[in-house]
Design a protein around this ligand. Structure first.
Ligand code: PLP
Length: 374
């Protein structure tokens, strides 16, 4: 197979070799069930304990505040539904119109069950201001859920300020940090959040594994009934291999955070510069405060789907929007949320660079875009 240029790191990332090596023993030799009392279960049990400690230390949490899940979707569903099913004196959730569907569809479910949900709109840069939340929050609000960084346009939200407002009104705060964990510095105590969702495959770990941070004392219903795993709140035999890979990948990314950010930001700059120098005009979505590497570009009057397919023929993977929207040729809910005109929205692509991308990659992307667009 000829070399693929992978520029869709917001959809998923390549697993780190270290994370792959770390998980291997638990798929084959060390296959004991961590819940069993015999000595053959000792190593998987130890691996789970160490992974929990590593993950916790990477986000400033306590080990007992980390609950392993099957990924971002499960963590988001748990935070939204688990809060509704456990909070008895309040019923309203506030979220935003441009969350990932894992949050939006979980909100639709609780709405059908009679829990009201209020949806906030971002500004045209994809930013939810503290003033917006102040307008909607009441003393009836049970939960505020706002994503840390948007997966299509990369805009970063003022989570600390939003969280302070939620707490001042006695509400809990959840953030979907799936795109941010392992890519920017995150400390749950600095942010003040009660719950935070993350997914290993977005930071070079295995697919199908993630975690929900739940601050000690936060009232939340069990996500899965069954055994006593995860303090009885998320039953099911643990995915030890996946969890070990997640801890190894997160540890490595957090240790190299600054270097990765600098590398990715410099590639991003080079790409945009060579597009401009090559005479391509574009609009960058997401404002000034975006995650390094998530580049949402709109080309007036062009067709984003057609660009994606032509890039694919050249061996380059990009996206038009979030991965779950890629079968749907309508304008994504995120682009609708920032209200960009239809002629620009239809000509939008998302290039998402990761730590494994090179200068050669971004040069090839710029050359391909020139061929397609000029
Ligand atoms: N939340 C955000 C912001 C995402 O980008 C994604 C994945 O694209 C998810 C949640 C879902 O995560 P997972 O693929 O681990 O279920």
């Amino acid at each position: 197979m000829s070399k693929i240029i992978y520029a869709d790191n917001a959809a998923t990332t390549q697993m780190d070799a270290d994370a792959f090596e770390a998980m291997k023993p638990y798929l084959f030799q060390e296959y004991g069930n961590a819940s069993q009392p015999y000595s053959f279960a000792r190593q998987p049990k130890r691996a789970l304990r160490e992974a929990r400690e590593i993950v916790a230390s990477c986000i400033g949490a306590l080990p007992e505040e980390i609950f392993f899940t099957s990924g971002g979707t499960e963590s988001d569903n748990w935070a939204i539904k688990g809060t509704a099913f456990r909070t008895f004196d309040r019923r309203t959730t506030i979220t935003t119109v441009f969350e990932h569907h894992a949050v939006l569809h979980a909100c639709e479910t609780i709405e059908r069950l009679g829990f009201p949900v209020t949806y906030m709109w971002p500004d045209s840069n994809g930013y939810i201001s503290p003033e917006t939340l102040e307008r909607y929050i009441t003393d009836e609000t049970m939960l505020v859920s706002v994503m840390l960084a948007n997966n299509e346009i990369g805009s970063i939200q003022p989570i600390k300020e939003l969280c302070n407002i939620a707490h001042a009104h006695g509400a809990l705060f959840h953030t979907d940090a799936v795109q941010a964990v392992g890519h920017i510095d995150i400390d749950v105590n600095d942010l003040g959040v009660d719950m935070l969702s993350a997914s290993a495959h977005k930071f070079n770990g295995a697919k199908g594994v993630g975690f929900l941070y739940i601050r000690k004392g936060t009232p939340i219903a069990a996500n899965m009934d069954g055994g006593v795993q995860e303090h009885g709140l998320r039953a099911g035999t643990e995915n030890v291999a996946g969890i070990v890979s997640m801890a190894a990948a997160l540890k490595k990314n957090v240790a190299n955070l600054k270097a990765n950010q600098e590398h990715i930001s410099s590639l991003e700059k080079k790409l945009l510069q060579s597009l401009s120098e090559g005479g391509i005009s574009y609009t960058r979505n997401g404002g000034d405060h975006t995650l390094p590497g998530i580049i949402s570009l709109s080309f007036n009057g062009k067709d984003g789907e057609a660009i994606l397919h032509r890039m694919d023929l050249m061996g380059i993977c990009i996206s038009t929007g979030s991965a779950c929207d890629s079968k749907n040729t309508d304008i994504s809910h995120v682009l609708q949320a920032i209200r960009i005109p239809e002629n620009l929205a239809k000509g939008t692509i998302r290039i998402s660079l990761g730590k494994n991308n090179t200068e050669e990659d971004v040069n090839a992307i710029a050359v391909a875009l020139r061929k397609i667009l000029l």
